[in-house]
Design a protein around this ligand. Structure first.
Ligand SMILES: C[S@@+](CC[C@H](N)C(=O)[O-])C[C@H]1O[C@@H](n2cnc3c(N)ncnc32)[C@H](O)[C@@H]1O
Length: 277
């Protein structure tokens, strides 16, 4: 069964055909990939066979393996995901590490803008249970996924829906605001390739060469930060200079960028001067 699936995936041009065949079959048989190999003589029921081949066909048609499994690991947490939210990327763990280093010692109040599956705020809350955690998204279906993940992980987060900071008027001011907003240029040909074809366009692309949402957040965040509070923004690796300029322009200080493991500027941070920048 495994070799049949692997061959179909390889024929469809899937690079990691062997690994993905194991993941998909493991999903159908409700077993992990090690047990799959160790018990290679197990009989497969015809219904399991049908489901495995159906998943293989959908994967061969390009649907991301994470959507087929309904799950992706982030920060060593299993997160449920579906086609309404971005598939969390390992790159974004840099945002989490930097955020953890900047949290005040006690009961910090933290907001994750554009939370998607909840990946960032749930990772922070898991590491620091004393956080007063808030997450927002414009997408109701994405927020439903985030709330489901919070329940499954038994983490307490306040969720709200709306355009960036517009709905947070009644909320407290924050010690830290983090965001991984859409930042791909709508004309970027990568949007028509690989997994990106199947992810929500509103999670990926933003007008003005991908900078419009970063700019909207930079414009609003200062009013919602406590004095000395931090803003951390993930962005494309060619956008760091533009993001630093916009943060300087909105009156933030201590503006600097940080590189991901591939050596690309991936996150830019800034600090509020007096909470009214
Ligand atoms: C790149 S995804 C990040 C998802 C998640 N934080 C992660 O890192 O995996 C961007 C998120 O921003 C949300 N979004 C897009 N436009 C928005 C807006 N105007 N206001 C609030 N959220 C928005 C999308 O629905 C999406 O969930």
């Amino acid at each position: 069964m495994l070799s049949r699936m692997r061959e179909q995936l390889a024929r469809a041009g899937i690079d990691a055909a062997a690994l993905e065949a194991r993941l998909l079959l493991g999903h159908v048989l409700d077993t992990d990939t090690v047990a799959l190999i160790a018990h290679g003589d197990r009989k497969i029921a015809s219904e399991e066979c049908r489901r495995a081949l159906e998943l293989t066909q959908r994967r061969a048609a390009g649907i991301p393996v994470a959507y087929l499994l309904g799950e992706r690991e982030f920060w060593s947490m299993p997160l449920q995901i579906n086609e309404h939210c971005l598939i969390p990327r390992p790159d974004t763990e840099l945002l989490v590490s930097l955020a953890l280093e900047r949290l005040p010692a006690e009961n910090p109040c933290v907001l994750d803008l554009g939370t998607g599956s909840g990946a960032v705020i749930l990772a922070l809350k898991r590491e620091r249970p004393d956080i007063d955690a808030w997450g927002s998204d414009l997408s109701g279906p994405a927020l439903a996924v985030a709330a489901r993940n919070a329940r499954a992980l038994r983490l307490d987060v306040h969720w709200f829906q709306g355009r960036w900071l517009e709905p947070v008027r009644a909320a407290p001011t924050f010690d830290l605001i983090v965001s991984n907003p859409p930042y791909i240029d709508p004309g970027d040909p990568h949007l028509e390739q690989g997994d990106l074809r199947f992810e929500p366009r509103m999670a990926l692309a933003a007008p003005n060469h991908g900078l419009a949402d970063l700019e909207a957040i930079a414009a609003m965040a200062g009013q919602h930060l406590r004095p000395g509070g931090h803003l951390l923004l993930e962005h494309g690796f060619g956008q760091a200079a533009a993001v630093r300029r916009m943060l300087d322009g909105w009156g933030f200080h201590e503006v600097c960028s940080h590189r991901d493991l591939a050596g690309h500027d991936r996150v830019t941070e800034a600090q509020s001067r007096d909470g009214s920048t």
